[in-house]
Design a protein around this ligand. Structure first.
Ligand code: SPD
Length: 275
């Protein structure tokens, strides 16, 4: 008999993935954590009913969260990832040999353990000597690290429940203060089809703190609408004028120079909301 996992992506819209086996189903201190072995997309991680990542399509999201800011910053050495307990973003950051320190602050240690067990191709970088893992709340962590990071990447869940505070001005102020004078941060930012108003509000909130704010996009086939947005807040650099690929090539499946430039083109319906 067929077994299916369904995510309700929007009222009246579901995405279904057929699976062979449920590998994990636990309630952690923070959320319900499930892992499925799917027929088509490898292992699937689900938090509170929401698709986080699959082994087969994760590269879109993790490459695109990481590399645009790394190639835009003049000389990035210290990176902080908030969330991202599956390790995919950490793996991408550490592909760059010039990154000296990559700190990952994930509130839920059970996500890290599940990633180590069921997502080895994402969690491989936990062993890298440049990586340091902190299992704690991102707010408290940021309070302890002022003016320290070149880049901060927020690899969060959707802005629902507890995670909603990761999309508010108090949090962005802490990020601003933890970045150096030419720092950049990037946060996952939903999609323009279902969440246009959310994206416009997010842009305005970040723009009050950061002089340079940009949206860019990537396909992520298992996320609502199939097209995912990222917001970059930068104190100094512009990702089109300042991007510098002479830092060296890395191995990717999706990100490249032309994708970098093209991803910052905005759909008209979003452009008119943030002008
Ligand atoms: N609707 C899905 C949004 C999930 C964003 N975070 C994914 C975490 C993967 N590292």
């Amino acid at each position: 008999m067929e077994k299916w996992f369904f995510e309700v992506q929007e009222p009246g819209v579901k995405l279904g993935l057929e699976y062979e086996e449920k590998l994990l189903d636990i309630q952690t201190k923070y959320q319900k954590l499930e892992v499925y072995k799917t027929k088509r997309l490898g292992n699937l991680m689900v938090l509170d009913g929401c698709i986080m990542t699959t082994e087969k399509d994760e590269f879109f999201y993790h490459e695109m969260l990481s590399h645009p800011s790394i190639y835009t910053h003049k000389d990035p050495k210290k990176v902080l990832i908030i969330g991202g307990g599956d390790g995919g973003t950490l793996r991408e950051v550490l592909k760059h040999s010039f990154i000296q320190e990559a700190h990952l602050c994930e509130i839920d240690g059970e996500v890290i353990e599940a990633a180590k067990k069921f997502f080895p191709t994402l969690s491989e970088s936990f062993k890298d000597p440049r990586a340091k893992i902190f299992v704690e709340d991102g707010f408290a962590f940021l309070d302890r690290s002022k003016n320290y990071y070149d880049i901060i990447l927020v690899d969060a869940t959707d802005p629902i429940g507890e995670a909603a505070k990761l999309y508010e001005s108090d949090f962005f102020l802490k990020i601003y203060n933890s970045l150096k004078d030419d720092g950049i941060f990037t946060i996952q930012a939903e999609n323009f089809f279902y969440k246009l108003n959310f994206m416009a509000d997010l842009y305005k909130t970040v723009k009050k703190l950061f002089p340079n704010v940009y949206f860019y996009f990537s396909p992520v086939i298992t996320y609502p609408s199939g097209t995912w947005a990222f917001l970059m807040g930068s104190k100094k650099y512009n990702p089109i004028k300042d991007v510098n690929f002479s830092k060296g090539d890395i191995s990717t499946k999706y990100y490249n120079r032309n994708i970098h430039y093209g991803s910052f083109s905005l759909p008209q319906m979003l452009k008119s909301m943030i002008k």
